[in-house]
Design a protein around this ligand. Sequence first.
Ligand SMILES: Nc1ncnc2c1ncn2[C@@H]1O[C@H](COP(=O)(O)OP(=O)(O)OP(=O)(O)O)[C@@H](O)[C@H]1O
Length: 718
Amino acid sequence: MPGPNHAPRGGFQKPKNMGKTVGRLLGYLTRSKLPLLAVLGCLLVSVCTNLGGSYMMRGIINDFIWSGCTDVAGLAQAIVMLVGIYLIGCLATYGQAAIMVRLAQRGVNRLRKDLFDKLQDLPLSYFDQHPHGELMSRFTNDADNVQLALEQSVVSLCSSCLMFVGLVGLMLFINWKLFIVTALLLIVTIQLFKRLGGRSRKFYQQQQAALGDVNGNIQEMIEGLKVVKAFTHEEKAKEEFKKLNETYRDAAQKANYYSTMIMPVSGNLMNISYALTAAFGGLLSVLQGFDLGGLVVYLNYSKQVGQPLNQISQQMTTLLSALAGAERIFEVMDTQPEVDQGSVTLVGAEKDANGTLREFTGSGRPHTWAWKTPRSAGMSLVPVLIGPDDNPVELGQAVREQKGLRLLAPHQDSTDGIWVRVEPDGTLTEVTDMAALVNHGWAWKYPDREGKNTLHIIRGTVRNVPGEDFYLTELKGAVRFSHVDFSYVPGKRILKDVSVYANPGQKIAFVGSTGAGKTTITNLINRFYEIEGGLITYDGIDVKAIRKDDLRRSLGAVLQDTHLFTGTIMDNIRYGRLDATDEECIAAAKSANAHSFIRRLPDGYNTMVTGDGANLSQGQRQLLAIARAAVADPPVMILDEATSSIDTRTERHIEQGMDALMEGRTVFVIAHRLSTVRNSNCIVVIEHGEIQEKGDHQQLLDQKGRYYQLYTGQFQLS
Ligand SMILES: Nc1ncnc2c1ncn2[C@@H]1O[C@H](COP(=O)(O)OP(=O)(O)OP(=O)(O)O)[C@@H](O)[C@H]1O
C-alpha cells in the first residue's frame, strides 16, 4: 500500500524537463544498449518466475492435495520444478542487480568527472554568483541521489510495474468476478493512504528542512569557533542551536507520528480486505465451483498486489528527486564556459647569432619566451619609428604607382619597394634618410574600441618573415591599461577610466583604501574578468587575443588569500611549475626565505600540508606562496599583499630575496605598508576605482597630495 514517501537527502524537488534529463542520464548509464537489455531480460525472468512459481501452486493443490491423489513421485517432481523456477528467479535477480550497480557506478563516476572538468572551465564570475556550498551539494547530495536512484529505484520501479501488470492479469485470468471485489477494496484503501501519506510527506519535508538548518548551524559554529569564543558568544550560540534543534524535533515528531501510524493502519486494512476477498472467494467456491487451488493462489496474489503500488509511489519520489538533482548537475554543465577566443600562444624561443628570434627546438627549459601570433589573428605587425613620449610613427614598404605611392601589406616584401612613413591621416611620405630606419621598433596594429587602427609598441625582438604564417614577438612583460572601465555586477562600476603602464622590468605599486579596486586591477591582467571598456595590452598585444592559459602561464601571482593544497610542502611549491626539480623548488624556497622554517618542520620539505595549511602560520603560508611564484619564474609578477602577514623583521629579511625575485620582471605590487612600495618605478594612488595620483615616491611627495598625506601619517588608509 502507498506508505509514507521518504524524501531522499537534499529534500524533494520536481524536475523541470523530465524527458530531456532522462535521455541525458541514460546516455551516461551506458554507451551500448547491451547491458541495459541484459538488465531488462533478467528483470522479466525474475518477475515471470516469481508469478509463475506462485501460479504452479494451483495445479499442485488441485491435483495432489484437494483430489486426495497419492502420486508422491508426481508431487515430488512438481516441487522440484517449483524449486528450479525459484532458483532461476534468484539468479536473474542477482544478475540484474549486479549489472545495474556496475552501470550506475560507472555512469555517476563519469557524471562527477564531467562536472569537475566543467568547474575548471567556468569563469570566476560564476563562482561569485553561486555559493560554494551550493556547488558542493551538486557533487555530494545530487550525485548521491542520482547514484541511489540508478542503482535501486529504476530497476525497482520497472520490476514493480511489471509485477503489478502481471498480478492484475493473472488475477483477472483466475477469476474476474473476484477481481472486481479486490479492485474496489484496493481503491478505497489507496485513497485512505493517500491522505495519511500526504500528511506524513508534508511533515517529512519540514523535518528535512529543519535538519538542514541544524547541520548548517553546526558547520558554521565549528568553522567560526574561534570568533565565537573571542566574542564570548557561546551562550548565544547555544541558544540559537537549541531553537533550531527544537524546531527539528517538532517536525520529526509529527512526521514520525504519521509514518508510524501508517504501518498498523495499513496492516489492519490489508487484513480486512484479505478477509473480505477470502469470504467472497469461498462463496464462489461453494456456489459456482471455483477451484480451491485457484482460490489459494488468488488470495496469495491479492496480498501481493498492494506491494508494487507502494513501491512505485516510494520509488517515484526518489526517482523524481534524483532527476531534479541530475537536472541541477546538467545545469552547471550547460553553463557557458569561460570564453577564450585568443589565438596568440606562448612558445619557447631562442635567438640566433644575428639576434633573430626562432621557436625553441632544444631540450630543457628555454630562457626566452615569445608570443606566437597567427597572421590571420586580425592584427598586423608593422615597423615603427618611436618618437618622443613613446609616440610611434608607422613605417611601411610602398611601391610607386601612377597616382603616387601604394603601401604594401605587412606580409609582402618587395625588392623594388621604398620605405615610407604613414601619417595618421594615411598619407605616405618617402623616407629618404635610411639611417633613421636602423633603430626602428615594432608595433601591433589593430582596431581598438572605437574601431580606429591603433599602434601598440613592442619592446623586444620580433620575427616577421614574409611568407611565414605567424609572427613571433619576444615576451618582455610590458603591460598597458588604456582607459579601462570595469564592473563585477552590470551597472555597478568598480574601475573608471584607469590608464596605467608598466614597461618591462618596472615595479608598479597600487596604494589606496580597502575596496578601492587594487586587487580588481590585477584580476583584469590575467583576465579573470572581462573589461567593459578600454584596452589592456601585453607586449603590445590585446590580452583578449592571447590564449588564456598562455597569458596566465606568463604571470605569477602571490594573492591575498594564499591557498595551499593537500600534499607536501615540496608539492605546494612545485605547484608553480610542475616540471621544476627538487633543487629548483629548494632554491625558490631559499629566495623567499622559507627554507629555514621548512627545515625546522618535522619532515622538512616532505611535511604534509593539511586543511588549507591550517598547520602553518599565515606568514609561513605567504612565504610558501612567494616560493611557489618564484619557482614559476614568470616575466610578470603580481604581489597582492604578499607580505601582509609577515612580521617586519622577517619581511626585511626576505626583502633581498624579493628584490632578487623581482629583478628583471615587471611587478605589480599591492601593499598597505608604504615602506614596501617606496622603491617602485611608479606608485599609483587609487580611490573609489579612479586613479588619483601616479608617479615615483619622490614625485608624489613633492606633489604633496594624497600619497604625501598617507606617507606622513596625515591620512590613514581605511
Ligand atoms: N567578486 C566580486 N564581486 C562583486 N564585487 C566585488 C568582487 N570582488 C570585489 N568586489 C568589489 O569591488 C570593489 C574593489 O575591490 P578590490 O578587492 O579590488 O579592493 P582592494 O582595493 O583590493 O581592497 P583591499 O585593500 O581590501 O584588498 C569593492 O567594493 C568590492 O566590494
